[in-house]
Design a protein around this ligand. Structure first.
Ligand code: DX5
Ligand code: ZN
Length: 235
């Protein structure tokens, strides 16, 4: 099996203390987080309402870590320039929420950000087929989007392996590298299997912010990732 790209841990602010977001960001990065996952919900595409570009801009000075914006909004395009201006580094969206997926992906890169496409549990990977050259990140939802604290849907492991195979085929043929991220129900007790299935970026909300010691959880998550690498190497 191929060796996976370096692992990135992306705590989701959805489970952070909203009254102290700046401190939460600084603390979780000091504890070893690689990216900050920023969930944007509009009470239209998903049944919940969170935060927008103003909050992203307010957090930007609190960390140098990449801000990984996950748009669960419809329509998408008007928010892309707003989040780029607010300091986002990665912007990903759901293909069902954009009339013109190819155009939205290009728009994200035109604004200097890395572009990602998000797959709901029932969304087929075939959405990738004609836009591989426009992708910097593929995000597989392992829960239905809208809420933190849900359980990991086991079928995601199979889907991750399929997405990993597509990405590896693409890069072997000379294509650019594409991160494979997973979001929803990622915990210390399942991250080894998720890594073994091929993910290299891991969103974790309640697993990290629900605990008193962020460093301890992140270290345990990394141990699980190393175990996942060993499972792959032995397969
Ligand atoms: C769900 C969000 C996730 C969520 C993950 O719609 O996209 O990022 O915060 O939370 P946990 O890790 O608690 O499942
Ligand atoms: Zn998310």
């Amino acid at each position: 099996m191929t060796e996976l790209p370096a692992a990135r841990i992306a705590p989701s602010l959805l489970s952070a203390d909203f009254a102290r977001l700046g401190e939460e960001v600084a603390q979780v990065v000091a504890a070893g987080a690689d990216w900050i996952h920023f969930d944007v919900m509009d009470n239209h595409f998903v049944p919940n309402l969170t935060m927008g570009p103003m909050v992203c801009a307010a957090l930007r000075p609190h960390t140098k870590a990449p801000i990984d914006v996950h748009l669960m909004v419809e329509p998408v395009d008007t928010l892309v320039p707003a989040f780029a201006k607010a300091g986002a580094n990665i912007i990903s969206f759901h293909p069902e929420a954009s009339r013109h997926v190819d155009r939205t992906l290009a728009l994200i890169r035109d604004h200097g950000c890395r572009a990602g496409l998000v797959f709901n549990p029932a969304t087929p990977l075939s959405w990738m087929d004609h836009v591989m050259d426009r992708l910097d990140l593929v995000l597989l939802m392992s829960v239905n989007p809208g809420f933190g604290g849900q359980s990991f849907i086991p079928h995601t492991l199979e889907k991750l392996a399929q997405a990993r195979a597509r990405i590896d085929r693409w890069t072997t043929q000379g294509g650019q590298s594409i991160d494979l991220e997973v979001d929803g129900g990622v915990k210390t007790d399942n991250i080894a299997r998720i890594r073994a299935a091929g993910a290299n970026a891991f969103v974790a909300g309640s697993a990290i912010f629900g605990q008193p010691d962020y460093r301890q959880v992140i270290t345990t998550l990394r141990t699980g990732i190393t175990q996942g690498d060993a499972i792959r190497a032995a397969a």
